[in-house]
Design a protein around this ligand. Structure first.
Ligand code: SF4
Length: 449
């Protein structure tokens, strides 16, 4: 069933297709069959040649372009990319998945923007391709995919450790009994029917588990497997010489993402960075900048202030945009990071009691790591992607871990993250006294780290 590999390109069947049908020498050859399928896909926009990939290399780049535009471009038109949902392109799509994965894995870090966009785009493709299926076919496909991805009868929740650890799945999404994740309807009824009072067990199963949890697990497992594959390619790349075609494709992907980022952030767009406005900082951040005493000092500077200041300065709309960016996407030569962000953090560290770096100089390494540049003394572009650029802590977490810093004022009532407070206060400061401020928009979907 090629349809399964269209959804799970890391299946054995998909690997077989790639072994038999792909050749690195043909990636840039015009592929008439592919063009024909795409041109005849229902509703596909063919008014411009640019909408139709001519070869496998262009198809590999289109997969990521679709996702980048869908997430960021207000002018995004689904009809420009309908072909990505057409199972008739399955064979070419599977090959293009491997082309993109190998190009990205060879050239970029596993934490790079290119890697992250690729992994997220695969998850989104799986979700939208499933949504296109009829109800009965969708059920059948979900069952087969689960069997493909999970070989044991019962999954212990600890076997999902990587997915839980990386927050791809929350423990609260799952129904767990005696350490096992319950997915099967009969199993659910067998275990819980005598404990359910006043409700029909079958209905409870549909509400609590149903297909949605199965699809979530499938989706996240495919994303995790994609991430693992990128890592494997990246590790192998240091020992073998990369095919020049893959390097060209990696550069094309990066160029496309650069263009999309600058298009979306230009002209006062959401990701446009602007100078910090200290008067708009929330009380917890002002208190941190004033200096924190030992006990709370390290977390306040490294976890709270570092992420807040860097996002407030470079990417204040991170929770609204849903797009993961690197610092260098917004601060190419790291001038702002070096000249504005780090001095503010270091000065606040110096105001702590005792001064943070005097007895904990290694915390400079942790600050660099929280900015996404790995464990090094200062941020360096060569190290970017070795760690994650951490997003600001939520108010909930601050109240738990750093309660002494949270002294809410009236504006704290309407927000759930200090960065939302900052955006809101800045907006109010720029308006006339009569204007009403916007409600917090970043409640979901992107969660802080
Ligand atoms: S409510 Fe949130 S923003 Fe306000 S002081 Fe507390 S942690 Fe900071």
């Amino acid at each position: 069933m090629v349809l399964l590999s269209f959804l799970n390109p890391l299946s054995e069947e998909a690997e077989q297709i790639v072994r038999e049908k792909s050749s690195l020498e043909e990636l840039f050859n015009i592929n008439k069959d592919l063009i024909d399928i795409i041109s005849h896909t229902n509703s596909q926009n063919i008014s411009n040649d640019d909408f139709i990939p001519n070869n496998l290399a262009e198809l590999a780049v289109k997969r990521l372009e679709w996702f980048a535009r869908k997430k960021n471009d207000k002018k995004y038109d689904h009809n420009d990319y309908v072909f990505l949902m057409n199972p008739d392109i399955a064979m070419y799509d599977i090959i293009s998945f491997y082309i993109a994965a190998q190009a990205i894995g060879i050239k970029f870090n596993p934490n790079s923007r290119e890697s992250r966009v690729f992994i997220e785009s695969q998850g989104q493709l799986v979700q939208e391709r499933l949504e296109k299926l009829s109800t009965s076919l969708r059920k059948e496909v979900v069952g087969k995919l689960l069997n493909q991805l999970i070989t044991m009868d019962n999954i212990s929740w600890t076997s999902l450790g990587t997915l839980l650890g990386s927050k791809k799945i929350n423990l609260t999404d799952l129904i767990i009994d005696q350490g096992e994740v319950i997915l099967d309807k009969d199993d659910f009824i067998y275990r819980f029917s005598d404990k359910i009072v006043g409700r029909v067990p079958e209905k409870m199963y549909d509400i609590l588990i149903g297909d949605k949890i199965k699809e979530l697990i499938i989706n996240r497992m495919i994303m995790q497997n994609t991430e693992n594959y990128l890592l494997k390619v990246h590790e192998m790349a240091s020992n073998i010489e990369a095919h020049p075609s893959l390097i060209i494709i990696a550069d094309e992907i990066s160029k496309m993402l650069n263009e999309r980022t600058s298009i979306f952030s230009g002209g006062g767009g959401d990701t446009k960075a602007s100078k910090l406005v200290g008067e708009a900082f929330p009380p917890c951040i002002k208190n941190t900048i004033d200096g924190v005493s030992s006990g709370n000092r390290n977390d306040a500077i490294v976890l709270l202030l570092t992420s807040f200041i860097s996002y407030a300065r470079l990417y204040p709309s991170v929770f609204k945009n849903e797009t993961n960016l690197k610092i260098s996407d917004l601060d190419k030569g790291l001038k702002i990071t070096t000249n504005e962000i780090l001095p503010l953090i270091y000065e606040a560290a110096g105001r702590c009691t005792p001064p943070l770096f005097e007895d904990d100089p290694q915390e400079k390494l942790n600050i660099t790591a929280k900015l996404g540049f790995g464990v090094h003394m200062v941020p360096d572009l060569n190290n970017e992607g070795e760690s994650k650029w951490y997003t600001p802590m939520s108010c909930e977490k601050i109240k738990i871990h750093l309660p002494v810093l949270c002294k809410p004022d009236k504006d704290c009532k309407k927000i759930s993250n200090p960065l939302s407070y900052y955006n809101r206060r800045k907006w109010i400061m720029n308006q006339s006294p009569d204007s009403s401020p916007p409600e917090e928009k970043e409640k979901s979907p992107k969660k802080e780290d």
